[in-house]
Design a protein around this ligand. Sequence first.
Ligand code: DWN
Length: 440
Amino acid sequence: MPGQTCDPSPPQQLLADWVRRDYSARTREAAAENPEVWRRRDCRACHSQSLVEVLSLGTQPPANAFVHADQLPNPEPRFPLDLMLCEDCGMVQLGHVVPPELLFRAYSFFTSMSARMTEHFSRLMTEAAHEFVPPGGLIVEIGSNDGTGLSSVQRRDVRVLGIDPARNVSVMAASRGVPTIAEFFSEPLACEITRVAGSANLIVGCNVLGHIDNLDEVCRGIRELLAPGGAFIFEVPYLGDLIDHTEFDTIYHEHLSCFAIRPLVTLFNRHDLRLERIQHFPVHGGTIRGTVVVGSGCSQQVQDWIERELARGLGRRAVFETLNHKVESLCDQLREWLVASQMSGQTVWGYGAPAKGTVLLNYCGIDTSLLPVVVDSTSAKQGLHVPGTHQPILPPAKLLEGRPDAVLILAWNHAAEIVGREAVCRTAGIRFFTPDLSEL
Ligand code: DWN
């Protein structure tokens, strides 16, 4: 904020005022950038050019670009979805970048929609604040979405600040009392926050590193913003789980990187950052939480993870040859089951319209003839249609009216929560399946 003198450590209320006054005006004026997709030629973690394609999901519409009924006859944008492997550091990444302005300015995914995820992030914040944040300290969350994580910080003696480029979710966060800068995280923004609010004792970024093309910029921003003795805690879906459980539907344009530990250490070390601790959680199909501090190398615990990755060949092409076969067979089985259901007069609906559902339906070619309807509890998605395959999205309450014979849980990472919520439907005889055709 040029020309303004700032208390280096303003209280929470002043942070809220600053964000409201300065950033809401700026973001309202921000225009969409050039919508052209571009091809990345070097690795996001180490900049090697030894990139080889290991899986192609063809061309797909952006997974969260839900379609209004009056737009259905119009052609949708589609972009290549090819997974590349860096043969030097083992980083797995998309070959094409869809402009982030197109993907993230208006967002239809809200962290608060899952009680289980809300609890998960609340625990993360409580534990991390206890470990790293002194009284009066600052927590900054990158990709803070609707403020679910930061609003769960119970301590009144710490300040919180969210950063998220999606204007709609930033407004939701503000209504929860979380001042949120509706911007992409960058080094200049980190400098500005440091100047205005002081440095951060804790920086959190959950399910956000994979969304960012320029990871060097993020690391430089973290280095700039991090207070001495502070930590950056991140969560990302783990590549090992993607491969073990054939979670190919988590590959979409928003997820530019699929992380293993080895390339993460390569990336952080290039920026004087040290991966100190790794924890593994079952959420979102298998997630790793990393704790990063200023320094070099990595801890022995992290090194052990790397040894295990090397032993199982995680950064090698052969692993992806197997993955390709597993993807094909999962799709074939799923289609055969849907066709058989249709032939025997049974109806199957989808449950959840997650981004991963768009990939699954489009890649497997499951249109409205095989799966006529999808239900989802997110009101922002209801009334719209799934990108590419065009299933209408209805509220879950419609299940009991429509009485399909079976439900395919597209949001399989929330299967337990969904089945618990829809106990009445199961009692009414509706059967619930995940995409690998396990019945719940
Ligand atoms: O990184 C990302 C993550 C974490 O979340 C993204 N880029 C976008 C998003 O991915 P997703 O859309 O695949 O997320 P979910 O969490 O699998 O989406 C779940 C969907 O299911 C939501 O649309 C809400 C819906 N749902 C529901 O209808 N009833 C979820 C629950 C728990 C329910 O009970």
